[in-house]
Design a protein around this ligand. Structure first.
Ligand code: PLP
Length: 392
């Protein structure tokens, strides 16, 4: 079948809300993908930061297959072991105290929003329910997380929005400090991913953490894109040297199986009592087995992530590409600010040439390769990137 016929059949019964690129993938292995015509690609996208251990990692496949043959799901009205083991592991690597499992990044952030409101209401009563987020942020597509997302173009079509959210400019401490006493929490990403791969200033985040402590505002960190090793630390807040009250995670933790959630500090572990929050699939044995295998694989990979990311950023800078204005990010979260050409157009050319990349914000390309990527695959992907960029 030709790609065109495949696309027509595909699109016949699927809502057309995604601007899909013209590639139908049928196989993935490590950091490589193959499309329906057998063409090979280097994967610098990892399904938007999901395939942290690459495609079909044998240890991950074995763990998921074994669990699928034993027990996949019973729902959270019962006890199962893989979720308990994964929660323990997540607490160990984050230094936090207790986990709630969800399915996606947006759902994880929804949980944080509910947590902050309930914490504040239990302790201070009504009138203290506002959550502050930063301009340029991205927290998800559900109504509450879309409201939390401070980017106007995501809001188009969907008003009215939810009350109880306000936005401040990133790295502007006074703007945050001037917020009133209706605030219960601050929610921020260590690096704004969808916003363009824009890291927050470390000093600013430290000041925010201190202010939150003084005012008993919860410091909530959205680690959906930055977490689970992406920046060379298990979580972005560890690189920033702050202590959050709660963090959300998703994407890279399941290694391809939908898994997310949030982790809270000791002071918050009893806020959500019986019946206050829940989700049918959250942390089921299959997802938890995938999460455990992912973290187990990443334990030996994590020490190399920062070095690999630095290597990629340095190599890109050394190419001296006239259309590249800036190379930014940390670890294997790489943003490339482009001069004068829509990043989606370049990304299309990269795909044609055999490199799967991403865009971020209005003017940047974004690379989120699997954390297990080898130097050989990095070099192969960057060679395609350089060749395409030199034709522009
Ligand atoms: N938060 C951040 C920082 C994200 O980057 C994303 C997705 O890109 C989300 C939340 C939403 O995650 P999901 O698409 O799994 O709902």
């Amino acid at each position: 079948m030709s790609f065109q016929s495949f696309k027509e059949n595909h699109d016949a019964h699927i809502i057309q809300n995604y601007a899909r690129q013209p590639a139908a993938f049928v196989k993935g292995e490590g950091c490589k993908l193959w499309d329906m015509d057998g063409k090979e690609y280097i994967d610098f996208a990892s399904g938007i930061g999901v395939l942290s251990v690459g495609h079909s990692h044998p240890v991950w496949v074995e763990a998921v297959t074994e669990q699928a043959g034993k027990l996949t799901h019973v729902c959270n009205l019962f006890y199962t072991e893989p979720g308990a083991k994964l929660a323990k592991k997540l607490c160990e690597i984050s230094g936090l105290s207790a986990v709630f499992f969800a399915n996606s990044g947006a759902e994880s952030n929804e949980g944080l929003i509910k947590l902050a409101r309930k914490y504040s209401k239990d302790k201070y009563g009504e009138g203290r329910s506002t959550i502050i987020t930063l301009n340029g942020s991205f927290h998800g597509r559900t109504m509450a997380t879309l409201t939390a997302t401070a980017q106007a173009h995501f809001h188009k079509h969907f008003d009215p929005f939810m009350p109880g959210f306000r936005y401040v400019p990133p790295n502007d401490f006074d703007a945050l400090a001037n917020q009133g006493d209706d605030v219960c929490a601050v929610l921020l990403e260590p690096i704004q991913g969808e916003g363009g791969v824009i890291p927050l200033d470390t000093e600013y985040v430290k000041q925010v953490a201190k202010l939150c402590e003084e005012r008993d505002w919860l410091l909530m960190i959205d680690e959906v894109q930055t977490g689970i090793g992406r920046l060379g630390y298990w979580f972005g807040f560890q690189e920033l040297g702050v202590q959050p009250d709660a963090i959300s995670f998703a994407k890279g933790v399941g290694g391809g199986i939908p898994l997310g959630g949030f982790i809270v500090s000791e002071k918050l572990r009893d806020v959500l009592g019986h019946g206050t929050h829940g989700t049918t699939y959250g942390g089921n044995p299959l997802c938890a087995a995938a999460g455990l295998a992912t973290i187990e694989i990443l334990e030996s990979v994590l020490p190399q992530v920062a070095k690999k990311g630095e290597y990629m950023r340095t190599r890109i800078k050394e190419m001296n590409l006239p259309k590249v204005l800036e190379v930014r990010g940390k670890g294997l979260m790489i943003g490339i600010k482009i001069d004068g050409i829509p990043p989606a157009e370049i990304n299309g050319k990269l795909l044609q040439a055999g490199l799967v990349g991403l865009t971020a914000g209005a003017d940047a390309l974004r690379f989120l390769p699997p954390l297990v990527i080898s130097t050989e695959d990095i070099d192969a992907g960057l060679a395609i990137f350089e060749k395409v960029m030199k034709t522009l």
